[in-house]
Design a protein around this ligand. Structure first.
Ligand code: GLN
Length: 493
């Protein structure tokens, strides 16, 4: 069951091959079986999942089911879930039971998708390896000594090991695309504003965007459509109509203009990764696409600009976490100052503290112009680069990350080298564009993702481009062998 597409699962449910309760139990069993080795989940929601599945079964029986009714999924633990702990991977929110649902959760609940659980993540979505979680590291199912990428590494691992058919994620600088690439699955971060941020715990509000992981573009299309749309509770959400992402998946790619940014193929890119990307581009040529070299001249400024803007915004967003209204509170504070300092000091991890300090510094009087304002100007230049590129091409392609999954611990003491993991993804967030990662092959037996960058609100086109590739290749169907069967490897993998 774990290798079926969402539409196969839906038709099996409709024909009563199994019930949603059985399907949900099946995935819950897989989650429990592999939790000790992968640590992909922070909270496993057995009871709620089965209760939701029961309701879905009733809807299926009365003929009121939609395309996703009864298919279970997982949510990144950054999306608020009513009555369920929502930790954002932090000790600060370990005791936080969300009193409402994020809009994304609300919409997917309404679509009838039982929630299997909340997935592990880097604390407040800060990281590229999932080594920054209060709940421990997440392992990459392709090699348990390696990271799955971050910050949505729990969701990516859950889908890659087929513990959930699909899962939500968020992407502020690459946190959907990079873990999708490192775990060999499909992930899409839509245009900024396409998906509501209401109830999604804020990291850097002008960059954060929710999206989805699946094993194929078709599956992502179905779920993304269900979670997208204007939300009056998020003033930055777009009023642009959502459209039918599945309707154009089979459009021909004849004459498609693909831009390859020369800056994305320079030194720093692993040769094995480069080879996989070249082969993927060759495949697109065979499908009738035209390849055009483009330039994104300011892309080298993306990481420095991001590491001013994102910390500045997070220092402001996280200031609400002071132990007064909710979240962690230190014991026996001497006075208010001590209360603030110890509550925050004891509950935030090192990476979060580093960013709060950088952000507070960048926003201080006297430094604002030199850092934050300058970074915002660079952001504008980066958006202009993309704008010019999209006058010539329909889509931009390149690597997602410079390397395949790295070893646990390899970069944890070197923040700069960790930050460089997102060198090809961050500019997309600064510009607010949609980006996607699709499995394109392997280098040294580890998955490599191809990145697709689309113009604003071109999600349907990107999913079409991804789907056509998945029609002529089978990289997206590869899964780590240790997780293939359910019964025989109990407790091992
Ligand atoms: N790795 C980047 C960071 O640490 C991006 C994270 C993200 O997209 N949430 O900020």
């Amino acid at each position: 069951m774990h290798n079926k597409s969402l539409s196969e699962l839906a038709s099996d449910l409709k024909s009563s091959a199994y019930s949603s309760v059985e399907l949900t139990q099946y995935f819950l069993d897989r989650i429990h079986q592999h939790q000790p080795s992968l640590n992909a989940f922070i909270t496993i929601m057995d009871e709620q999942a089965l209760a939701m599945a029961k309701v879905a079964d009733e809807q299926i029986a009365t003929g009121s089911a939609g395309a996703l009714t009864g298919i279970p999924m997982a949510h990144k633990d950054i999306f608020c879930t009513d009555g369920v702990r929502t930790s954002a991977g932090s000790k600060m929110l370990d005791n936080f039971i969300a009193p409402y649902n994020a809009t994304v959760v609300e919409k997917l609940n309404a679509a009838g998708m039982p929630i299997l659980g909340k997935t592990n993540m880097d604390e407040f979505a800060m990281g590229s390896s999932n080594e920054n979680s209060f709940y421990g590291r997440v392992k990459n199912p392709w090699d348990l000594e390696r990271v799955p990428g971050g910050s949505s590494g729990g969701s990516a691992t859950a889908v890659a090991a087929r513990l959930a058919p699909v899962a939500t994620g968020t992407d502020t600088g690459g946190s959907i695309r990079q873990p999708a690439s490192l775990t060999g699955i499909t992930g899409i971060k839509p245009t900024y504003g396409r998906v509501s941020r209401f109830g999604m715990i804020a990291y850097a509000s002008s960059l954060d965007q929710g999206g989805v992981f699946g094993t194929s573009a078709t599956d992502c299309a179905l779920v993304l459509e269900a979670m997208s749309g204007f939300d009056e509770k998020d003033s930055t959400s777009s009023e642009q109509a959502v459209g039918d992402f599945s309707a154009t998946l089979n459009n021909s790619l004849q004459g498609l203009k693909i831009g390859l940014p020369k800056e994305y193929f320079k030194e720093g890119l692993d040769s094995g990764v480069a080879k996989v990307i070249d082969e993927a581009i060759a495949e697109y040529k065979k499908m009738g696409a035209e390849i055009i070299e483009i330039s994104l001249p300011n892309s080298h400024l993306a990481i420095p600009a991001y590491y001013v803007i994102a910390p500045a915004e997070c220092s402001s967003n996280l200031s609400r976490l002071d132990g007064v209204r909710y979240g962690y509170r230190c014991e026996n504070p001497e006075n208010l100052q001590d209360h603030y300092m110890r509550s925050r000091g004891e509950a935030f991890g090192n990476e979060v503290k580093r960013r709060i300090m950088v952000g507070t510094y960048a926003l201080s009087a006297g430094y604002y112009d030199a850092y934050y304002l300058k970074a915002q100007k660079i952001r504008r230049l980066i958006s202009e680069d993309f704008k010019q590129a999209f006058e010539k091409v329909d889509v931009i392609m390149g690597p997602v990350a410079p390397n395949t999954a790295f070893k646990i611990g390899e970069k944890s003491d070197d923040p700069i080298s960790m930050y460089l993991s997102d060198i090809y993804t961050i500019a997309v967030n600064l510009a607010g564009l949609p980006g996607m990662s699709i499995p394109a092959g392997q280098a040294d037996n580890l998955p490599v993702g191809l990145q697709l960058i689309g113009n604003y609100f071109d999600e349907a086109k990107m999913l079409n481009i991804a789907h056509q590739y998945q029609q002529v290749t089978n990289h997206h169907q590869q899964m780590p062998t240790a997780f293939e069967s359910t019964a025989s490897n109990k407790g091992e993998a």
